[in-house]
Design a binder for this molecule. Sequence first.
Ligand code: FAD
Length: 373
Amino acid sequence: MKQITIIGCGVVGAAIAYELSLSPEFRVTVIDQAAAGQGATAAALGVAMAVISHKVKGRNWRLRQASLCRYPSLITELETLTGHTIQRNTQGILSLCFDAEDLPRWRSLQAIRQRQGYSLEIWEPGQVGDRCPHLNVDRVAAAIYSPQDFQINPSELTQALVAGAKANGVEFHFGQPVVGFDRADAAPEDSRFCGAVHTSTQSLTTDAIVISAGLGTLPLTQTLHQPVAVGPVLGQALRIHSQAPLGNPDFQPVVNGNDLHLVPLGSGDYWVGATVEFPPETSLDAALAMPPEAGRLEAVLAGAIAYCPALAQGTITQRWSGLRPRPQGQAAPVIQPLAGYRNIWLATGHYRNGVLLAPATALAVRDLLSLLD
Ligand SMILES: Cc1cc2nc3c(=O)[nH]c(=O)nc-3n(C[C@H](O)[C@H](O)[C@H](O)COP(=O)(O)OP(=O)(O)OC[C@H]3O[C@@H](n4cnc5c(N)ncnc54)[C@H](O)[C@@H]3O)c2cc1C
């Protein structure tokens, strides 16, 4: 049995832990400096844009497709194991198109998806108004409806993954930052092998390490003398309560307009977001020191009200922000061995799509680890 140590228990680390817990060849330990899901995952809206994304081939599409395929069975397994329902919206995603010049691109995507076995519908403004009477269609050229895309509550998903992994024997150590590594003790003759992970309170011997630490990736890989830059991109969002569901209560898809999501949560509650704010400096300390600008969030709300005017009557019940982990100098996400080591893998830098891509990442990591000798 191989001892695997996962550093970081956001949605990505938790998904890896759960997926590995299904393989009898692995014994798994997860370490996080905080509790589960307190990093970027805590701020995410959980919108899973796979079919409706413009990625149609290559690694980025394959990952999306793998997640789309794995999500339904994953949710069933977790809900059966834990006895808890994970909040999600399976009424699809409706993306508003404000520029008729974009329509040929959408039609081409529709044809590609049809060949790939997925469905995308293109609605005239009148159809949008009929099906979603809460939306202002004055400036809408068309809307693209993707019935197979969905939204899932990232915190509930992460808690369920942790509970499922625990039930399958995974050990979790929360509140323990990883502060160092040991190469020499375990295998003095092999400098490419890292045999132990040191937390603030203990040392754990290991056969392999997965770094799924989001913004913690750079300091950890610096300690390993192989820096991998993952920088922060701020996102702000808010929650609005409306006296009654907006539009048709029986049809409440996630709506996207100008890259702003309106996420129905049920009972008249909606998430609205998010901003995408690059820090002037890419250092994590600078980003953490920078308070979120209220004006940016107001602009998000104004943008959402422009396409859904009834939101203006709602009450804002929560505002929050989070830092997305974005790789620098390479494409998101980073799922690969750490250079210079033969038993450390990176599963990080998921930027705007960590919730969507967590199941696919977990499968990819499982496949990489199964090659371990
Ligand atoms: C406002 C906002 C909206 C978003 N909306 C969406 C969306 O709709 N759909 C979507 O797919 N994605 C969305 N995202 C992106 C998503 O949140 C991230 O891609 C995802 O959460 C990344 O997960 P992660 O597990 O890699 O990182 P994190 O959730 O940040 O987890 C990393 C973990 O590593 C731990 N850690 C770090 N360093 C150490 C160390 N030295 N020792 C021990 N532990 C350590 C941290 O404590 C943390 O728990 C959104 C993000 C934001 C901010």
